[in-house]
Design a protein around this ligand. Structure first.
Ligand code: F6P
Length: 342
């Protein structure tokens, strides 16, 4: 059997480790053949395939980004898009099925193609950790480690100047990165999309930390909304999926905190630094295991399903479970962290 592998949507540390896991297990245990699909669904639509053997994946588990490239192309758009055209393109290249590694948008497209007769298996990916079907997604741990290190650094400069430091992390719909990195770095306030707060409530926490002689650290998710805001802050237009590009809420909050408390305040947006570089040890193992299990899923012809982490096990779930409801931070997890605020 010949299988195409693609990575689609925003990149994420660990994508290459998944590719390596699939190819190594697929070629050594099962005699499968693989091709790489360039730039996500674009490569499927345009028939842009590259060789993918043991040779191409050697040493990849530690390498960030994706050797296959990625895009946010919708496979149903364009002259050559749509399930019928894609089926013809795959048939022309003797490709029997696809492994799609991606987040919600990618898996939604995979689900639709699968219902339209294309053989697809999914592997979930997101640094935001917002997919409900998997307890953890690879890339998240790396992002938390990068953000934690950045906050440790912000704290030493904040301490030196007795300033309030506002650190903004990714997290479009959910606050997992902010919650974990904020707890790890000992933040005095963590602001997440699931829990809108007012400026006065935030200022109170900042003031209380300052009154105890601490340089306050506020961690905020890009998707955080102040009470009364209908949408997350965005001033950068739309992305290729027509979603508002987020980033910059910390720059709104910092001068307001300074105005209310009188404490000098600075903001830092960590942005794509959180998605770059080598995956952590945890993410390399998780991504590799997902890859190995995806190879098993091909042999079992588990089309229309994705591999996912439940507890410490890798399981298979239908695409539909990954879609719709998000993996939000439960209130009890936020309350736990909130006991340390101020
Ligand atoms: O979905 C992951 C994510 O990192 C979000 O947190 C963020 O809003 C988005 O991707 C940014 O994507 P882009 O690479 O298109 O700027």
């Amino acid at each position: 059997m010949k299988i195409g592998i693609l990575t689609s949507g925003g990149d994420c540390p660990g994508l290459n480790a998944v590719i390596r896991g699939i190819v190594l297990k697929g070629t050594t245990s099962y005699d499968l053949e693989f091709v790489g699909i360039r730039d996500g669904w674009r490569g499927v639509v345009e028939g842009d395939f590259v060789p993918l053997t043991r040779h191409e994946v050697k040493g990849l588990s530690k390498v960030g980004g994706t050797i296959l490239g990625t895009s946010r192309t919708n496979p149903y758009e364009g002259d050559r898009g749509g399930a019928d055209n894609i089926a013809k393109t795959l048939f022309g290249h003797r490709i029997d099925g696809i492994i799609a590694i991606g987040g919600e948008g990618t898996l939604a497209a995979a689900d639709r193609l699968s219902k339209d007769g294309i053989k697809v298996i999914g592997v979930p990916k997101t640094i935001d950790n917002d997919l409900r079907a998997t307890d953890y997604s690879f890339g998240f741990d790396t992002a938390v480690n990068i953000a934690t290190e950045a906050m440790d650094r912000l704290r030493t400069t904040g301490d030196s100047h007795q300033r309030c430091m506002v650190a903004e992390v990714m997290g479009r719909h959910v606050g997992w990165i902010a919650l974990h990195a904020g707890m790890a770095a000992g933040a005095h306030a963590i602001l997440i999309p699931e829990n809108p707060m007012s400026l006065d409530e935030i200022a109170e926490l900042v003031q209380s930390a300052h009154d105890r002689g601490r340089a306050p650290l506020v961690v905020v998710s890009e998707g955080f909304k102040l009470k009364g805001m209908d949408e997350a802050f965005s001033d950068k237009g739309l992305d290729a999926f027509n979603r508002p590009r987020l980033g910059g809420i910390s720059e709104i909050l910092a001068p307001e905190i300074e105005r209310i408390t009188g404490i000098e305040t600075r903001s830092t947006v960590l942005g794509h630094i959180q998605r770059g570089g080598s995956p952590s040890g945890f993410d390399r193992v998780l991504a590799t295991r997902l890859g190995l299990h995806a190879a098993d899923a091909i042999v079992d012809e588990a089309w229309g399903e994705m591999v996912a982490m439940r507890g410490t096990d890798i399981v298979r779930v239908p695409f539909s479970e990954a879609l719709g409801e998000l993996n939000t931070v439960p209130q009890y997890r936020y309350d736990e962290a909130a006991a340390l605020f101020g």
